[in-house]
Design a protein around this ligand. Structure first.
Ligand code: SIN
Ligand code: CO
Length: 354
C-alpha cells in the first residue's frame, strides 16, 4: 500500500483508525486521537514523530486481504484482521502487550522491535488516559525489520516498535482467541434466550428431613443438573459457536445487491463456469456433525447443509475465490445457499462486488 492510500482510509467514517503522536521512547508523553481524521490532520503534524494505525485494512483493500493467504494454516475463525500502521522517524505506540498472536510484516522502511517479558493483568501500567502502556519495560531481544521481514509476537509478550527513518509501514496479521469471560457470557445469554420461567425445580418426592435448614445433597445435585443439562449441551453449543465465531466486526464492506436476487435471475449465471468471491469482511466457518452434514456459519448466521450443499459449504470455507462448475448448481438447495449469501452481501459473482 502507498502511505497516501492508508491516510485516505483514516479519513473515512466506516474505517476504525487511531493516530498516536509522540515517540515510543517517551511512553507517557504519547497522545491518542481516534479517526475519522480531518483531511489536513496529518499535514499539520510537521516533523514530530507520529504513528497512524488503521484496523481491518484487509476488509477494504483486496491486495492486503491476500496477505492472509500464507497464514491459512490457521483456521478462519482464529483470524482477526490486518492492521496497517504508518510511522515517521522515531514514531511508535510505546511498550505494551496484546492479548493475541500477531505476525508483524514489515512493508516500507525499517522498524526496530524490542521484545520484553510475558505480561498479565497484574503487570503495572503507566497512568495514561487512553493507552495501555507498560510502566516498566526491559528489552530482552532487539530486531530490526526490513521490507518483507516477519516477526511473530505471542500473546502477552511485551513489545515496543520504533520507526527507524521515515515512511515505516507495518502490516499486523492479527489473530483472535476468545476469553473464557466472553464465552461464558455469550453462551449463557444464548441458553437464557431458550428458557422460560415455567421451567422450575419440582420435588414431589420430598422426604422429611431432620433439619429444615439443610439443602440436601439430592436437592443440590438436582439443581446442578437443571443448570448443566442446558449449559452442557454440546450440539447446541457447536451451533452457537459458529454464529459467535463468525459474528461481523465493525462496519462490513457492503456488497448487498440493491434488489434481492431470485433463483430465476441467478440461474442463467450458472449455465457456464461462474466464479464466486468471498467478501473480505465476511467470516466463514463450519462444523461437521457426526452424520456428515455440515453447519455453515457466515457473518453470525448459520445454515444447515447436507449432501452436495454440505460439500459446497466446505468449498466456500476453503477458498476466497470459488469457481463453480455448472453441475454443482443443478441442486436447488445449493443455489438457495448461494442466493442467501449473495443477498446478504457475504459473497458475490466475480465482477459484481461492491
Ligand atoms: C505498530 O504497527 O506500530 C504497532 C503494532 C503493535 O505493536 O501491535
Ligand atoms: Co502490539
Amino acid at each position: 500500500m502507498e502511505p497516501d492510500e492508508l491516510a485516505g482510509l483514516a479519513c473515512e467514517d466506516y474505517v476504525d483508525s487511531r493516530l498516536v503522536t509522540g515517540s515510543a521512547e517517551v511512553g507517557d508523553a504519547l497522545g491518542l486521537e481516534h479517526g475519522p481524521l480531518p483531511d489536513d490532520r496529518l499535514d499539520a503534524l510537521g516533523a514530530k514523530p507520529w504513528t497512524l494505525l488503521v484496523q481491518a485494512v484487509d476488509h477494504h483493500i483486496p491486495a492486503v486481504a491476500d496477505l492472509i493467504d500464507p497464514f491459512r494454516f490457521i483456521p478462519n475463525w482464529r483470524i482477526d484482521d490486518v492492521m496497517v500502521s504508518y510511522a515517521t522517524d522515531q514514531g511508535g505506540v510505546g511498550a505494551h502487550y496484546d492479548q493475541y498472536d500477531v505476525f508483524l510484516v514489515q512493508g516500507l522502511g525499517r522498524r526496530r522491535w524490542e521484545l520484553g517479558d510475558i505480561c498479565s493483568e497484574e503487570t503495572p501500567l503507566l497512568p495514561h488516559e487512553d493507552l495501555r502502556l507498560l510502566a516498566e519495560f526491559e528489552a530482552r531481544q532487539d530486531w530490526v525489520l526490513e521490507p518483507g521481514d516477519i516477526l511473530y509476537v505471542p500473546p502477552g509478550l511485551a513489545h515496543k516498535g520504533t520507526a527507524i527513518g521515515h515512511d515505516c509501514m507495518t502490516y499486523s496479521v492479527g489473530f483472535r482467541a476468545p476469553s473464557r469471560t466472553e464465552l461464558v457470557a455469550g453462551w449463557t445469554d444464548e441458553v437464557l434466550d431458550q428458557l422460560t420461567d415455567d421451567d422450575r425445580y419440582v420435588d414431589a418426592d420430598l422426604k422429611l428431613q431432620p433439619n429444615p435448614g439443610l439443602i440436601s445433597e439430592h436437592a443440590v445435585s438436582r439443581l446442578h443438573k437443571m443448570v448443566m443439562e442446558k449449559l452442557g449441551d454440546e450440539a447446541a453449543f457447536a451451533r452457537w459457536i459458529g454464529k459467535f465465531a463468525t459474528a461481523p466486526k465493525g462496519a462490513a464492506l457492503d456488497w448487498q445487491p440493491e434488489h434481492t436476487l431470485s433463483d430465476e435471475q441467478v440461474l442463467p449465471r450458472f449455465a457456464c463456469d461462474a466464479i464466486l468471491v468471498r467478501n473480505p469482511a465476511s467470516r466463514f466457518a463450519y462444523v461437521r456433525w457426526a452424520d456428515g452434514n455440515v453447519l455453515l456459519s457466515v457473518d453470525g448466521e448459520s445454515y444447515e447443509c447436507c449432501d452436495e450443499t454440505g460439500a459446497f459449504a466446505e468449498k466456500l470455507c476453503a477458498n476466497t475465490r470459488i469457481p463453480v462448475d455448472p453441475s454443482e448448481t443443478t441442486a436447488r438447495p445449493v443455489r438457495e445457499l448461494i442466493l442467501a449469501l449473495v443477498n446478504r452481501g457475504s459473497i458475490a459473482f466475480d465482477g459484481d462486488e461492491g
